[in-house]
Structures are given as structure tokens and as C-alpha cells.
Design a protein. Structure first.
Length: 431
């Protein structure tokens, strides 16, 4: 932790002469990777307090139409979100997102407060957001190795509903068009002040390229250093980010003398990196109608081998609850140990991944879009193809169909659950 604060001190010392710059608030609480631009000052006018409510309701049905297991299943649910957006005097803002999910099979209702925060500033030179919030931390589309703040990662298949926010305080100090400093103090699930997680990013502009150095640290965890970049070559947007730490921060499955156990390796250097290429094309009379994205990910913390395919019976260091049978297991395969101990995280399991995303707007009609996406684990050859269409009209009614197909050898990352093909239908309305 001391090493982390030493890094923060160096960054602040280097950047402190820039604090005298006058700035304006512009797109401050949107994407933090956007450089703030100065605007001519305008006469001040009386600020008015405004409180607005909006929301959306989505009904979804998913059917597993093909599976190697004995039974297929139908899963239906409805997700409703209510948003509160309050704009007050002196630049104060407040936002809340309440999400309610009704599960039809079990006739249960789940309520979650996804986000709730308010914004304030100090003389328009430093801006703060405190509360439960989802942060834009990292540049790439699917994999963000520099993001150690958000509770939930980006998902490959479109999420119905919203991500859970992290609790803490974010600050932002912009220096005109030259640079930005971002920071976050994560106080969620923190019993003592010494356990607060801290993140800091110094972002700057070099010609037409944005780049940033970042650091993250928490007591009893290994500090993580990060770097990200965003640029353009010709008509191709290029984004990338990388992180490195001396030791792991997430526990993983280990094996020794035929026994499986869970442990964090604090001596191994862990590096992660992702790179993204985005190209937009004109189709017909419409510019940027087609968007093609490719992204690649190297995960130094991932398993080198396909652990799901190992059918050897190992001893377990502690009894593991089998969530299906309700019994405890003292021996079993690596697959069972990973799944029943919640050690498997989708798209973070192996060393090498790649993904492609194709979007065509105004598909057939002006209110419809087509998406074809492919995700592959390059280490074990398994993957997922997701294709679907989305319709949304001017009355904010939406409908969509999504087909997800899993491929690869048996007992690989995307086939170990025995699910081969599923179809998802959604109908929604915004208000």
C-alpha cells in the first residue's frame, strides 16, 4: 500500500503546476476518457432546480433449444428500471437507478439499487461524485485490464438491466485541453479506513493521441499499474490498455500432490493487455452505417491448459458443496472444483481471447439494427456466436431476437455447461 501512495505522490507532484488553469465543466460526468475542451465564457444566468423521472421495462424469454444434457429449459423474466435525475443550483446533481426483476418461474421479485450518487464541485476546478456508481474506467469494448474498480465486468451477451455500482467517491481535476486527473476512493465493504481501495489516473494529450497512466492499490492486495491509449490511424480507431502487478489479486485453483486448493500467488508477475480496432463504413446514403470492431485480450492470470477437460479425480483441501445435489464433495474433478467454488469467471479463464462485433444500422428498415458477434477462447478453441436484430421506434417501443450458439470440443470453456444453442426474445418500452 505504501508503494501505491508513493506513486500517487509522484504523479500529483508532477501535475500540481497545472492546477492554476481555469476550466469549464463539459461532458464531465460522461466518459472520463474524453478530454475536456474549453469554451468561451457566457454570462451567468439563474440556475433552476429540475427533477426528472424516466424508466424502462423489458420482458425477456430465453429458451435453451439445444443441449447435450437431458433437459432443456425456458426462462422468462421482466426487468424494470426507474431513473431519478435531479439538477440543482451551484452545479449540484443527483442520480438514482432502482432496478426490479420479476422471475416468473419462481414467482419472486428482486429489487436492487444499481446506482445512487450526487455530484458537486469546488469552484469549477475540481469535480466530485460520491455514492454508488458505475465508472467508465478503461478504453476497450469488452476487456478492461486497467479496471479494478467496477464490481461487474462488461458482458459479451447484452445484459438485460444494468451493472451494479461500486460505492465510493470519484474526483476529477481537468486542466483545459491538456490533461485530466481522475481518482476513486472505494469505500464499499470497508470496515476500516486502512482498507479503502484507491485508484488514480493521469490522462494527457500528445498530438491527436490520448494516453493515461494509472495505479490501483488496497491493503493486503498487490498494487496494479496501468497504461491506456486511444488514437487513430487513417480511418481506424485504435484503443489499448495494459496492466501489471507483482502477484495475483484474485484467488485461483492450485494443485499439489494430487490435492486441489485455492490460493493467491503473490510472487508471480501478472500482466494483462487488450487492444481494440474499430472501423466504420458508409452503406448506401448513410455514413457510419456499418461498424466493425475487433478486440484481442491477453490474460496473464489465466490458466495455460484447459482445466475443464481434466477428468482426473483429485482430493479437495476442504469439503465443497455440490449446488445441484446439495451434498458435500471431498474429491472430484477440476471442473467441479472450479464451478462449485465460484472460481470460474467467463471470458477471464484462459490466456488468449479474441472477439469481433459487427453492427449494421437501418437494417431492412430505418428502426432496425443487426448485430453479429463472435467470441473465442484461443487457448482451447471454444467460442460463442451471437446474432440478432433489435427494433426501436419513435414511440420508444423495442423488440429483439438474439440467437447464441456455443462451439468447441466437449468440456472446454464455452461448452462445459452442455448448452449448445439458446434463443432470447425481448420486448420493452422506455418512458
Amino acid at each position: 500500500m505504501k508503494r501505491f501512495f508513493f506513486i500517487i505522490g509522484i504523479i500529483i507532484a508532477v501535475c500540481s503546476p497545472l492546477f492554476s488553469a481555469d476550466i469549464n465543466e463539459d461532458e464531465l460526468f460522461g466518459d472520463p476518457d474524453a478530454v475536456i475542451t474549453e469554451k468561451p465564457s457566457l454570462p451567468e444566468k439563474e440556475e433552476e432546480k429540475k427533477v426528472g423521472f424516466s424508466g424502462e421495462i423489458t420482458s425477456a424469454a430465453m429458451d435453451i433449444v439445444s443441449s447435450t444434457s437431458a433437459r432443456n429449459s425456458l426462462y422468462t423474466y421482466t426487468v424494470a428500471n426507474i431513473f431519478l435525475d435531479a439538477r440543482m443550483k451551484s452545479g449540484l446533481k443527483a442520480f438514482a437507478n432502482m432496478e426490479t426483476t420479476y422471475l416468473s418461474q419462481t414467482k419472486t421479485t428482486e429489487v436492487a439499487l444499481r446506482e445512487m450518487f450526487f455530484d458537486f464541485n469546488y469552484r469549477r476546478k475540481a469535480y466530485f461524485r460520491t455514492g454508488k456508481q458505475v465508472l467508465q474506467w478503461g478504453r476497450c469494448y469488452l476487456w478492461n485490464p486497467t479496471d479494478h474498480i467496477n464490481i461487474e465486468r462488461q458482458t459479451f451477451i447484452r445484459r438485460i438491466g444494468y451493472r451494479e455500482g461500486a460505492y465510493g467517491t470519484k474526483f476529477h481535476v481537468p486542466f483545459g485541453t491538456k490533461a485530466n486527473i481522475y481518482g476513486f476512493f472505494d469505500t464499499g465493504s470497508t470496515p476500516e479506513a486502512g482498507d479503502i481501495a484507491c485508484a488514480l489516473k493521469y490522462e494527457f494529450l500528445v498530438g491527436g493521441t490520448e494516453m493515461a497512466f494509472s495505479a490501483w492499490g488496497k491493503n493486503t492486495y498487490n498494487p496494479v499499474l496501468g497504461y491506456d491509449i486511444s488514437s487513430r490511424i487513417g480511418t481506424i480507431d485504435i484503443m489499448g490498455e495494459a496492466s501489471v502487478s507483482k502477484g495475483e489479486n484474485v484467488s485461483g485453483m492450485k494443485e499439489e500432490n494430487g490435492t486441489l486448493f485455492t490460493e493467491r500467488d503473490n510472487d508471480k508477475t501478472i500482466s494483462k493487455a487488450s487492444v481494440n480496432f474499430t472501423k466504420r463504413f458508409r452503406l448506401g446514403n448513410f455514413k457510419d452505417r456499418v461498424t466493425f470492431i475487433t478486440e484481442f485480450y491477453y490474460n496473464g492470470a489465466g490458466y495455460e491448459n484447459n482445466e475443464f477437460a481434466d477428468n482426473t479425480v483429485y482430493a479437495y483441501d476442504t469439503a465443497t458443496l455440490n449446488a445441484i445435489s446439495g451434498t458435500y464433495m471431498t474429491t472430484g474433478t477440476k471442473k467441479d472444483y472450479l464451478v462449485y467454488n465460484s472460481l470460474y469467471e467467463a471470458n477471464e479463464f484462459s490466456r488468449y481471447y479474441g472477439a469481433m462485433f459487427l453492427t449494421i444500422d437501418r437494417f431492412i428498415i430505418s428502426d432496425m439494427s443487426l448485430n453479429i458477434n463472435v467470441l473465442q477462447n484461443a487457448s482451447d478453441g471454444s467460442g460463442l456466436v451471437s446474432a440478432g436484430t433489435t427494433y426501436k421506434n419513435i414511440n420508444d417501443f423495442s423488440a429483439g431476437i438474439l440467437v447464441n450458439a456455443y462451439y468447441g470440443m466437449r468440456d472446454s470453456e464455452y461448452t462445459f455447461s452442455s448448452e449448445a444453442l439458446n434463443v432470447q426474445l425481448t420486448f420493452g418500452v422506455s418512458f
